[in-house]
Design a protein around this ligand. Structure first.
Ligand code: UDP
Ligand code: UDP
Length: 476
């Protein structure tokens, strides 16, 4: 671009990009946006963030408020969601999925808001769940459109290949089966996000539309790093998965230290204060993400397992999907006497903890996790072994990366949501005990942590990828 010669903002030839972020809903999505936004804010770009209000959960509202309070240069573009009939149309749908649909249906209005920002926008970075609606609007406005993808490169290969898989199926009546992604790997039917098995589901309709659109965008930013998923990244970049795939920027793991969510007072929050008193590598950290409601029966088996393991543990219990309705007492759920029996060696809470701080803490020895992608990447960064117990969604796809990338161990046989059998407390306790004692697993995870440090250092693959993305933003 030609440098501007004293022209007003918004005139042709501006070299300073103005990026408008369009996040969707759910902490797993929002946290990554916040983290990447804060990273980008240290580069020579203007940033706006479309903020859809009200948020679904209280945690989302808090984190957005903290972002704008801490970074005054980041502009907030509030969007008041108009009433929608999506909830009536899809009764019983997950509240976050419904919100994605509501935002998708309002995207023309959000497009108008984006067209009105000053200085003139030059690019949009959207959440993947909205891309089929955002990309055409960006193209109409003459803006670059990039996707900030919140899952793995392996999941990106599934998303972009799935529509082709359906188109090429010899017997369309036969239903969805194993999906063999060219150049990546064959994903078994039982590993797929299970809604994909039903082509009439809201999730699946969105997934297919978004998957078809990806290839038409200007770039895909993924919270991963080259050494973690070399095979999937090579296949995406070489066009093996989908011909003509846009540039892939591997910008992970996102920098979490600099974000508004890392507050000093977390250091003295009750779980952190408790951790400080525990011996090195003695604690099993147990958490299933921000929105995974494990059944009460399964929670009781986990309790029995942790108790039987004899290990110390810090357990974050979520009993409902949205934190605002979370009032089931932990004591009621876990049954009589459990809290008393584990007093001193177990810390159980349903509050939001700073997971990153927990994973970094020297007292923690392993992470029993639902294998949500953020958790996987955070464990990789901390070099802490992860025991993957997928619960639903893309967790089994993420677990393939846990196993192949050396982050930890995947319990492929353990049941997830929708399978009507429980993993017994005995099995959980035995596995936890075994993994706490496994030096080889610990060493592999520590090596992954070293790879992360290299990737994000100056000259590393992720650091370079961010600079390449900024250069692309300037090339308008
Ligand atoms: N996803 C996608 N395209 C869509 C909707 C979802 O690629 O249109 C991805 C999403 O980013 C995640 C997975 O599909 O990787 C869905 O996982 P899940 O149901 O667990 O939802 P999430 O945890 O992402 O909110
Ligand atoms: N998280 C946290 N404290 C909590 C629960 C979750 O900091 O009490 C963070 C966690 O560090 C991660 C995100 O919330 O960054 C959860 O994302 P993930 O992809 O692991 O799971 P999801 O919640 O999307 O299922």
């Amino acid at each position: 671009a030609v440098p501007s010669s004293g022209e007003p903002d918004g005139a042709r030839g501006r070299t300073r990009p103005h990026v408008v972020f369009v996040p969707s809903a759910g902490m797993g999505h929002l946290l990554q946006f916040i983290r990447f936004i804060t990273t980008l804010s240290s580069h020579d770009v203007d940033i706006s963030v479309v903020t859809v209000v009200p948020t679904v959960s209280a945690a989302e509202a808090d984190h957005l408020a903290a972002l704008f309070a801490d970074f005054h240069a980041i502009r907030r573009v509030d969007f008041h969601l108009p009433p929608s009939d999506a909830a009536a149309e899809f009764p019983g749908a997950d509240p976050f999925l419904l919100r994605w649909e509501e935002i998708r249906r309002s995207m023309h209005l959000i497009g108008t808001a984006i067209a009105g920002v000053t200085p003139r926008a030059t690019a949009i970075v959207t959440d993947v769940t909205l891309v089929s609606h955002v990309n055409p609007i960006a193209k109409n406005l003459g803006l670059q459109c990039h996707v900030l993808f919140v899952s793995s490169a392996t999941m990106m290969s599934l998303l972009s290949y799935f529509p082709i898989y359906l188109d090429e199926k010899k017997n369309p009546q036969a239903g969805v089966g194993d999906v063999d992604i060219p150049g990546v790997r064959c994903l078994k039917k039982s590993w797929l996000p299970q809604p994909l098995l039903n082509l009439n589901r809201l999730f699946t309709k969105q997934f297919i539309e978004n998957g078809r659109e990806i290839v038409k965008t200007n770039g895909v930013l993924i919270n991963t790093f080259d050494a973690l998923e070399p095979v999937a990244l090579t296949a995406l970049r070489s066009g093996k998965v989908v011909a003509g795939f846009p540039p892939v920027f591997t910008v992970g793991p996102h920098n979490t230290q600099a974000t508004a969510t890392t507050k000093e007072d977390d250091e003295v929050s009750p779980p952190m204060a408790w951790l400080r008193q525990q011996p090195a590598r003695s604690v099993v950290y147990v958490a299933f993400g921000s929105r995974c409601a494990v059944s009460h029966d399964q929670l009781r088996e986990i309790a029995a397992g942790l108790e039987a393991s004899g290990c110390r543990f810090l357990w974050i219990v979520k009993t409902t999907v949205v934190d605002r309705d979370d009032d089931a007492g932990v004591r009621d759920v876990l049954g009589d006497g459990f809290m008393e029996r584990v007093e001193g060696r177990g810390f159980v809470t349903k509050e939001w903890v700073d997971q990153e701080a927990v994973l970094r803490h020297p007292a923690v020895g392993m992470f029993l996790s639902h294998s949500g992608w953020n958790s996987v990447v955070e464990a990789a960064t901390a070099g802490l072994p992860l025991l993957a117990w997928p619960r639903g969604g893309d967790h089994r796809v993420a677990a393939t990366v846990v196993a192949s990338g050396g982050v930890g161990v995947w319990m492929e046989g353990w049941s997830w949501d929708g399978e009507d059998w429980l993993v017994s407390g005995k099995e959980i306790g035995d596995k936890v005990k075994e993994m706490m004692a496994d030096a080889a697993v610990r060493e592999r995870a520590a090596k992954v942590g070293e790879e992360v440090a290299k990737a994000v250092a100056v000259g590393g693959t992720s650091h370079t990828s961010i600079l390449e993305f900024v250069a692309k933003l300037k090339a308008t």
